[in-house]
Design a protein around this ligand. Sequence first.
Ligand SMILES: C[S@@+](CC[C@H](N)C(=O)[O-])C[C@H]1O[C@@H](n2cnc3c(N)ncnc32)[C@H](O)[C@@H]1O
Length: 250
Amino acid sequence: MTALPTAEGTAAAGRRRRAPDPALPTGPEKTAQVRSMFDAIAPRYDMVNRLMTFGLDIPWRRRATRALALPAGARVLDLACGTGDFCRLLGEAGLRPLGMDLSWGMLAAGRSGRPLAQADAASLPLATGAVDGIACGYALRNFTDLGLVFEEFGRVVRPGGRISLLEVAEPDGGLLLAGHRIWFRRVVPVIGAVLSDGAAYRYLPRSTAYLPSTSVLRSMLGDAGFSTVNHRPLSGGLSQLITATRRGGG
Ligand SMILES: C[S@@+](CC[C@H](N)C(=O)[O-])C[C@H]1O[C@@H](n2cnc3c(N)ncnc32)[C@H](O)[C@@H]1O
């Protein structure tokens, strides 16, 4: 799912952060629920995604691909690749993508034709420094232990390599914020219920409560070995892009 409502996205949005929802799962229970939820929604994931973002997720992914700023032929991990939209665009940009996801259902629904593997982001089946970069679309809030996942980023990305992470966000204010809230908190769950799985699309807006603030994300990435952490809102704050460089490159 791409543009679901969130209490995060910008520093201002960070001040509006909702209290964590005590009913949201944590630990192994979260991993199991996330996995079965994506298995369930996989067959219609792409269609619902396009509808709920008005197709904006494609330009956002293109922007994230350019922001990697890696040369043609670079090996890029599309982490939590889902049905492989990022894999397709990375390949079109001349990069060499490899997709990994927790959900067999999402992997099976993919048509990217790129190499894929089932894996948990917290324990990647890759050697140290094996990739030139990581692209990750709309998955940070789904990870059970984001700190562990960022440590894995730091381990598998070579020194000087790049990461480009897309996540949901919320506009700062005004009509865009009001419209966004109605659309993603009220309308998208109904669309999801009609076309896919009601429980999943009711859960997804709530899952944004897992997202740390921008400043916490910056400091977590710094701790994991990344520098020049850059955060930009996209399309007026409907989405957010975080890029960073693995320390230690020449
Ligand atoms: C919202 S979807 C995004 C899929 C794709 N990146 C996109 O942009 O359309 C989140 C994806 O994260 C995957 N995921 C969740 N937890 C994961 C984990 N611990 N390790 C790997 N993938 C995970 C889910 O299976 C799902 O495919």
